[in-house]
Design a protein around this ligand. Sequence first.
Ligand SMILES: NC(=O)C1=CN([C@@H]2O[C@H](COP(=O)(O)OP(=O)(O)OC[C@H]3O[C@@H](n4cnc5c(N)ncnc54)[C@H](OP(=O)(O)O)[C@@H]3O)[C@@H](O)[C@H]2O)C=CC1
Ligand SMILES: O=C(O)[C@@H]1CCC=N1
Length: 270
Amino acid sequence: MVKVAILGSGNIGSSLISSAISRGYEVIGTGRTDVTLRRVLELGAKATSNNQEAISTSDLILISVKPQHFPDLVRGTTRNIWRDKVVVSVMAGVRLETLKRIMEGASVFRAMPNINATVKMSTTALTGDGRGKELVETFFKGLGSTYWINEDFMDVWTALIGSGPAFVSEIIDSLVLGAVASGMPRELAYSAVLDMLEGTARNLRSHKGHPAEVRDNVITPAGTTIRGLKVMEEKGVKAALIETVESASKRASELGRVIDGRIKEDTERW
Ligand SMILES: NC(=O)C1=CN([C@@H]2O[C@H](COP(=O)(O)OP(=O)(O)OC[C@H]3O[C@@H](n4cnc5c(N)ncnc54)[C@H](OP(=O)(O)O)[C@@H]3O)[C@@H](O)[C@H]2O)C=CC1
Ligand SMILES: O=C(O)[C@@H]1CCC=N1
């Protein structure tokens, strides 16, 4: 039985816990507050505020605190606690180089899942190499699909796929509001737009060509679609979405640099 520690049992940590519990892993989740620890217990895992204890009693360690809280977490642990462990960080931006600086003797990976892990439909990027690679892949396959990628693409993956569900939710909300503005009841519009989205994803996947080809198949000359697309062009929707992903990706890189600086300062004092 693989023993798994989830350090930081918030939004994504809770999904990791639920998935691990449902697949028979022995799980311990950590948090600082009673609210978090109660949630961990309700999910069926052991709970503790002591990260050191969680790490020492587990084989696979998943780090799901916010990047800004990571240096604090490290300060609360001893230097050689990571030795021989398989460690996976899901933190945005924090690079393998930064993790390895702290985790002497550990096999270190990064994963970037998304919140669709809640319904076992995360699309998770994995990066790293060495002992425990299969264990890591098996764990994340339980949350949905996995892709091994070069770490250089991790920040843009974080923007596109990690943050993606938020961007898509925002777009869906806007489309629904458009229907409401045109007189449709909200519930009907919301349910229908989700069906349309799933259908579009399946259609695009089966079409295999460029999405613009599917778009062009929808356009009837002088019809409704071209009127809507013209507004999208006029309002700069495409440019705004390109910039959305670019900007989120830059923020991931920025977070990585900031956390690396803090960890460097701490390790220089060791
Ligand atoms: N949300 C998402 O969709 C995704 C998030 N991520 C990454 O996952 C990480 C967590 O994000 P998210 O779940 O949204 O954030 P949350 O704030 O929901 O969760 C973070 C959790 O960490 C706990 N925590 C903070 N400090 C410590 C500590 N020292 N020891 C133990 N637990 C601690 C907090 O609990 P308490 O307050 O009780 O301490 C909190 O529950 C981030 O690094 C993010 O980049 C990656 C992919 C997707
Ligand atoms: O907003 C964030 O920073 C995290 C990373 C990906 C999704 N949520």
